[in-house]
Design a protein around this ligand. Sequence first.
Ligand code: 3HC
Length: 714
Amino acid sequence: MKGQVNYKVIDNIAILEVDNPPVNPLSSGVRVGLVDNIKKANEDRDIKGIILKGAGNAFIAGADISEFGQKMEGPDLHSALRDLEFSNKPVVAAINGPALGGGLETALCCNYRISTKVSILGLPEVNLGLLPGAGGTQRLPRVVGPAQALKMMISGTPINAKKALEMGVIDHISENDLIEDALAFIKEKISVTDIHPKVRDLNEKVIEARGNGNILTEARALASKMRKGQFAPGKIISCVEAAISEDDFDAGLKKEGEFFLECLLNPQREAMIHIFFGERAASKINDVPKDTSVFQIQNAGVVGSGTMGGGIAMNFANAGIPVWVLDQDKDNLDRGMGVIRQNYKMMAAKGKMSEENVDKVMSLIKPTLSYEDLRSTDIVVEAVYENLDLKKEIFAKLDEVVGENTILASNTSGLDIDALSSVVKRPEMVVGTHFFSPANVMRLLEVVRGSNTSKEVLATVMKLGKTLNKVPVLSLNAPGFIGNRMLYGYTKQANLLLLEGALPHQVDNALESFGMSMGPFRMMDLVGLDLGWRARKLANLETPLVNKIAHELCEKGRFGQKNGKGFYNYNEGSRAPNPAPENEEIYLKVSHENNITRREISDSEIVERCIYALINEGAIILHEGVSQRAADMDIVYINGYGFPIWRGGPMHYANQTGLEIVVNKIQEFAKKDPDSWHLSPYLSDLASSGKKLGDAPDAENRKEILNFRKNIDI
Ligand code: 3HC
């Protein structure tokens, strides 16, 4: 059994310490330990009270997430918490670190709660496709009121100790030693009363909410805004509705149990837990041991003050790391710094940061025109536009000035990292760090491993990614890396669908209904249709069939959102797409010119073709070893490309759909269009052997298939 509860006594107070490193989830051994030790304390006449704390730096991080969907050992959490709640000795929760999910629910079963200043408290179960199933939906509304409780449970965002005290979730913040304070606190309570409060008895706030329909209406609006397509939020609202309307606490608890089970059985739960563990696994590199030494990153530099450079610099400043922003052009640099300040001001205006903090972060971002200023940096991220020669020139210059322990990173979205490392003296210090736009917002960071990148550099950048509040995912140095490579097949299908008879809004609506945050044509309008068009003109290249419609639109001056017209029309200052019926004759013309007979296309065909193209390319990437594991691609798609988290990412979605079904469909598509569809042999093998997309294949498969990859036009 996993975990335990340690028992010791100080001054007739039993100290129960939940010990299940690193974050003390309520695994089977902890539940057994709670039941046994509460009994022990209750049966010992000398014990006057109980303090419940966590070992190490966490209180309790909730139920053990790895147990969901598995056969449960030991007592269930409800029995353990019932013993705690009905302990005949008063219990104080000494919250020494994160009290999340079942952790906060445990604390709410104690008579009192005191916390350190730095602890966080919350009910984030919704992020796992669940609801707080250990009484949280019934107890939190009794403490903070149903409206606040709903906000906390639907957002899943924890609160800090100060806020928790204001809201009444805790009784006291410890400024000194938590256990000493907890001892003094409980002794004081014992000295004045024999009756200690139970949250289940606090009915005032739920009764007050009866008949106030606004609370639930507002919660529903919040859920549809924040958690579109998700199953659990509606069930959380139903639980709180029960808390408000049921007179009997246990009746509400029973309803919570029923709704919890529904969430547990819903495929969204499995998908979201897959993402929870996938996100944590993504920063681990198979051949880079955990104890690999890392470089300290105390100073950074960014080359290029454009949108990406500015956004990347903001990441460093937000993490408290001073950063130089270098540009060769004074006007560009001034403009870039202005944009950064403007971004921060907008955040302050939206209440996302204080004015004081704006000045603080801005003071960490220093503009420069001179490479000399980058001399003492620990990492420099090059973030100029995608031109290999220019990037090589910059790397050569950096190589002359920076120290031997400075990491040289490129924010390229697909260029060859080895070509960049070929121009420096220490190729092992070169790595790709592909941020996503807007770089200060998007969580994904593709970390690209060149042939020479050292393990220390990789370990450092993975750690840095987390410091910058990103989700770092490793990719081998292959064209388009993971994300853009997969995107190619997806947008190709979208463009073909347009040629075959669908309209942009139909394709976008179908994929947005599937859960994508933005359909492909809205995305293309956002990125700009003219990029490929200009590049092809410059290089005198023929326009491939899939790009012919975008080409015609550009010829008519329709470049996308940037000039208010692309696949859609945009009103000045608005990003909302309006249909552009004037484009329809272009679609008809291009289809006709290419001998394509337009036809009615169903939404299900749109979704299958676009999503299965993602999956197929993902399987090829996995087989090549460009990505370490299938879940990494799910993390990339959820954090960088707006794939719905509740579907668990494209690879998990494939597993849930059934690989055989996916493969059969791809074969069907390939029969009609053999030029665009090349079924991944790996996917086909997995399907026929009844396996799932899971572990990465052996490294020796890579070389052979990397040749295939070179033929892909990203
Ligand atoms: N169960 C099982 N394992 C957990 C866990 C949990 N509740 N919480 C964290 N872990 C594991 C992680 O998988 C990771 O394992 P690894 O080292 O093998 O990769 C390890 O603990 C450390 O976790 P992090 O890397 O996330 O550590 P951080 O220090 O960055 O963050 C934390 C700590 C803030 C506690 C974060 O881990 C967290 O948010 N955990 C999840 C909290 C949560 O969602 N709780 C609700 C659980 S569901 C529940 O309680 C249902 C109940 O209502 C019935």
